[in-house]
Design a protein around this ligand. Structure first.
Ligand SMILES: *Cc1c(COP(=O)(O)O)cnc(C)c1O
Length: 391
């Protein structure tokens, strides 16, 4: 009889912390098995379906045999052109669709592959923390070290670039930043981006700006692209996602824009690993990028109403919350006597409300929990009522 193979995961996998949302999924399953009427505000996944005109374009595109073959590696030029037009219209940023734009299978894919393109074993990557868990993990996969820069409430959740040790700066090649920020919901403006561009140039560090939430803003205050500033294209790229803006998380489409050498480097990794985005999805992506502002405003108004309900409700309970100007998250300080993990467990077990513990996004997130605005107002009010009974 043939021998059984002993299956040993690679060290880089063994050393991984469990993916945050996989752990939360388990907690959720347990609660559901017990029959809890769960209000899930843990994951940043829109509950609102993809707008109809996008689905309709997909329905037609899928019937076109030209789309049934391998797509082009960089993405259809028509999609990249639509992304260029969108960047021009929204931010007044001019880009060459042939060299300065790359289609991605969701921005997570591009972010995850970035260190593979630029990091050698021993190199450092800077990433803000708390933050999207992909930044440190992708760094680890490439053999690099991740130096986490804390985002603190007293600094409005902007990184203090002057505090990064010189020894780290010398070995750092890439830096991930993300505004509007997940999980803190903080925004950055011109002053910070100017400082960042100078910092990048002075220290020879390639900036990777994750702009997944640039369109999820409130009160009409539009976040900017860091590429709007002079010199930005010399130091970095920006990742854009169709996922949250157009309720398209399941479709897997996004794009990277900016410095052409960075775009080419990332493209080179991709040509060797994946074969691009299904072209019918790229056609639907073109449709999405041309969405009527009225439809987007309606989506934003929905989230804004939810934000107001949850913000008012939690504030009335005496919880400390900064009112977010963008994203669909509320970053809430734990009341005295609770760690992030304890408060998350308490709200789940006693109130049937699932949130995300702040420390799951990195150590500086300890002492906070994150609510995602992904349930209707009625359920949100119910959640506030239940929380008021147990806090
Ligand atoms: C959701 C999210 C993304 C990933 O978006 P996809 O385009 O769906 O891969 C990237 N960055 C942050 C901070 C996010 O929250």
């Amino acid at each position: 009889m043939a021998k059984k193979v002993s299956i040993e995961p690679a060290l880089r996998v063994k050393d991984l912390p469990p993916y945050l949302f996989a752990t939360i999924d388990k907690m959720k399953e347990k609660a559901l098995a017990k029959g809890v009427d769960l209000i899930d505000m843990s994951i940043g996944d829109p509950d609102i379906p993809t707008p109809r005109h996008i689905v309709e374009r997909m329905r037609k595109a899928v019937q076109n045999p030209a789309h049934h073959q391998y797509p082009s590696y960089m993405g259809m030029l028509s999609f990249r052109q639509a992304a260029a037009d969108w960047m021009k219209k929204r931010f007044n940023v001019k880009l060459d669709p042939k060299t300065e734009i790359l289609s991605l299978i969701g921005s997570k894919e591009g972010i995850g592959h970035m260190p593979l393109a630029f990091i050698n074993p021993g190199d450092y990557v800077l990433a803000t923390s708390p933050g999207y868990p992909v930044y440190p993990v992708a760094t680890l996969f490439a053999g690099g070290h991740c130096h986490e820069i804390p985002l603190l409430q007293k600094n409005d959740y902007l990184p203090d670039l002057k505090k990064i040790p010189k020894t780290v700066l010398k070995k750092a090649k890439l830096m991930f930043i993300n505004y509007p920020n997940n999980p803190t919901a903080a925004c950055a403006g011109k002053k910070f981006y100017k400082e960042l561009i100078k910092f990048a140039g002075d220290n020879n560090i390639l900036i990777c700006h994750d702009a997944a939430y640039s369109e999820m803003y409130f009160d009409g205050e539009k976040p900017m692209s860091f590429l709007e500033l002079p010199g930005a294209k010399d130091v970095g790229i920006e990742f854009h996602s169709l996922s949250k803006t157009y309720s398209m998380t399941g479709w897997r489409i996004g794009f990277a824009v900016g410095n052409k050498d960075a775009i080419a480097g990332l493209g080179k990794i991709k040509t060797n690993i994946d074969s691009g985005i299904f072209q019918a999805i790229q056609e639907a992506g073109i449709e999405a990028l041309n969405t009527d502002d009225k439809i987007l405003k309606k989506l934003r108004d929905t989230y804004q109403e939810r934000r107001d309900v949850l913000y008012d409700g939690l504030t009335k309970l005496g919880l400390e919350v900064t009112k977010p100007k963008a994203t669909f998250y509320l970053w809430v300080k734990c009341p005295k006597g609770y760690t992030s993990g304890e408060l998350t467990a308490h709200l789940l077990n006693k109130a049937g409300v699932l949130t995300t513990p702040g420390n799951g996004f990195g150590e500086p997130g300890e002492g906070y929990i994150r609510f995602a605005l992904t349930v209707p107002v009625k359920r949100m009010k119910e959640a506030v009522k239940r929380i008021s009974d147990v806090l």
